[in-house]
Design a protein around this ligand. Structure first.
Ligand code: PLP
Length: 393
């Protein structure tokens, strides 16, 4: 089939929930992707913060191929070696005590909300979420998503979820009452425009949860797994949530997420309360386990901390150089370039034309969530392409 035919088939048969670019991606290698016409793209999106190790990593691929030959799936009524190993590694990395593996980020949020609701026992199950947050597309996750644009077609959603201002402790305090059971937040807001939480806010939310016996849920689906320079972004602030949601780079390409819990939250769910046919099967957890090993082997966190400084410096250079660029914000390899006009979509389209894959985070923010293994030279190449676009725009 030709590229044109793939696109025609895709348009005919795939449900139109995404406005897809007219590109058919075929393979990846390192930090580059290639389409069916052989065009090469530098990837600063990593499949939306997923492909942390870059494409076609031999050790990762070999581990998965070996697991395919052994066992893809059991069911959650049995143990398997990869699942037990992955559970240990993700608990140790996050500071949590127990994990439930899911198939996506949204499902991890669902599990976290179930812990909060069950922990609340006879309360009215009120949950405080943040404005401009994004937690996923399932009904529960959508109900906690603070953006009416995603929600309006599906109202009424899960009741009793209230929205506070992110990074505004007073607005959270105003919503707490005797029915509140949990506070959910992204440590760095992603889809909402790349807003890192302040230390004061995260620590303050922790204290509110302690003082009122609430479950603090950190959604680290996008900002977790090393993206900000710590395995989990709350580790920058010396704070431990009660429940953590993780996904995306957890499996570096296979569909896997998890919700984790500790202390008062860790034994809330008991047999019969939650389940998943596929969740955490040997294939996906082999990926998780391998990802943790390779993060250590390649000193991925060191690379993020080193190269993200360079990325920040270069993006700041664009702020000084171009009138259209207002500012930069972010943490580690989760960066946003804020434009003075709603031109982010145009920048992203032009970049694709020029062989650079980036993504928006709202109408005026260009988002950079590259593989965590990029080097300074990749930053230089990306900035070179971006400069041409910003000059033309
Ligand atoms: C912070 C956050 N939470 C949850 C989700 C939902 O994850 P998934 O798309 O895997 O369901 C996303 C997806 O972008 C996210 O960024």
């Amino acid at each position: 089939m030709t590229t044109k035919e793939y696109i025609e088939n895709g348009e005919k048969y795939l449900m139109h929930t995404y406005n897809r670019y007219q590109v058919v991606l075929e393979k990846g290698d390192g930090v580059y992707l290639y389409d069916t016409d052989g065009k090469k793209y530098l990837d600063f999106n990593a499949g939306i913060a997923v492909y942390a190790l870059g494409y076609n990593n031999k050790e990762y691929n070999d581990a998965l191929k070996n697991q395919i030959d052994n066992l893809l799936h059991t069911s959650n009524y049995y143990y398997s070696a990869p699942t037990a190993e992955a559970a240990r590694k993700v608990c140790e990395a996050s500071g949590m005590e127990k994990v439930f593996f899911t198939n996506s980020g949204a499902e991890a949020i669902e599990g976290a909300l179930k812990i909060a609701k069950k922990y609340a026992k006879n309360k009215n199950h009120e949950i405080i979420a943040m404005k401009h947050s994004f937690h996923g597309r399932t009904i529960g996750a959508l109900s906690a998503t603070g953006n009416e644009h995603y929600r309006e077609a599906f109202n009424p959603l899960v009741p009793n979820i209230k929205f506070a201002e992110f990074n505004n402790l007073d607005s959270v305090k105003e919503l707490v009452n005797s029915n509140t059971c949990a506070i959910i937040l992204e440590t760095v807001q992603g889809e909402g425009g790349i807003y890192p939480a302040s230390a004061e806010f995260i620590k303050g939310v922790r204290k509110i949860c302690d003082d009122n016996d609430l479950i603090m849920i950190a959604d680290e689906v996008q900002c977790g797994m090393g993206r900000t320079g710590k395995m989990y972004a709350y580790q920058h602030f010396d704070v431990l949530p009660d429940v953590v949601c993780t996904a995306k780079a957890l499996g570096c390409g296979v569909p896997v997420g998890a919700f984790l819990a500790r202390g008062k939250a860790k034994d809330v769910l008991v047999p019969g309360d939650h389940g998943s046919t596929y969740g955490g099967n040997p294939f996906v957890t082999c990926a998780v386990s391998t990802v943790f090993d390779l993060f250590e082997k390649y000193n991925v966190l060191d690379n993020v901390n080193k190269v993200s400084k360079y990325l920040e410096e270069k993006l700041d250079g664009l702020v000084s150089e171009f009138d259209i660029v207002d500012s930069r914000r972010g943490l580690g390899f989760m960066q946003g370039l804020v434009l003075k006009e709603n031109l982010a979509g145009k920048v992203v389209s032009e970049a694709l034309e020029k062989g650079l894959i980036i993504i928006t985070a709202g109408a005026n923010v260009v988002r950079f969530v590259p593989p965590l293994v990029i080097k300074e030279e990749n930053v230089d190449e990306m900035i070179g392409i971006l400069r041409v676009i910003l000059k033309e725009i």
